[in-house]
Design a protein around this ligand. Structure first.
Ligand SMILES: [Zn+2]
Length: 206
């Protein structure tokens, strides 16, 4: 079973003046605190409810605290004061560590990606491909043919896709004719996140 729980005795304390109703032994009765531990794939994940009992360490019999009126309150207090074991939260801690590490990696990857894109845009030249979205789920690209002062000449892509524009970045897909954009306009697209990526100059295998 992937997920389940078990009940663990986490703390005991002797009760001197009580004898066991089952085996009659003295000095073996104790306050007991049990804790429900939820596990996933046998890794203790989170500690749940604590329960209180009075038991005999000799014969192993257990009684509800209410069975011994004189000791009921003390048994409940004992359990209340028992701290849950930190290692019964191992799975939760592990999960949080993984999530935090994953989020950090994603954040760093994203930042690196942005920087690469900005660098490629700043050094825009023939052979660079600009990937952008015309509208929601309409992604396409254009192949830069030359950059003259503030004018960027491109071959636009004949096709568009609702997937990543990388899928249609094929030399056959670009129009032979050139069109052009002002670099300031493309820069605005970059800021508006309309441009999703800018590649380094690339050569296409014919
Ligand atoms: Zn006993």
């Amino acid at each position: 079973m992937v997920h389940g729980y078990y009940t663990k005795l986490i703390k005991t304390q002797k009760i001197d003046a009580l004898s066991c109703p089952h085996c009659n032994s003295n000095y073996n009765m104790q306050y007991e605190t049990y804790c429900k531990v939820h596990h996933i794939m046998f890794i203790p994940f989170v500690a749940g409810k604590k329960t209180s009992s009075i038991g005999c360490s000799k014969c192993g019999s257990h009684y509800k605290p209410a069975a011994f009126a004189q000791y009921t309150q003390a048994a409940l207090d004992f359990t209340k004061q028992t701290k849950k074991r930190w290692y019964h939260f191992s799975g939760l801690v592990l999960l949080l560590v993984f999530v935090a590490a994953g989020a950090t990696l994603m954040f760093m990857g994203n930042r690196e990606n942005k920087k690469r894109m900005a660098d490629n845009f700043a050094n825009l030249k023939a052979g660079c491909v600009i990937y952008y979205s015309k509208a929601k789920d309409i992604n396409t690209s254009m192949l830069v043919s030359r950059v003259v002062a503030d004018t960027v000449f491109v071959h636009e892509n004949k096709r568009s896709t609702n997937r990543n524009a990388y899928y249609i970045d094929d030399s056959d897909n670009y129009y032979k004719e050139e069109t052009y954009f002002l670099k300031s306009q493309l820069k605005q697209w970059l800021e508006d996140k309309k441009i999703t990526d800018v590649s380094e100059p690339q050569t296409y295998a014919e």
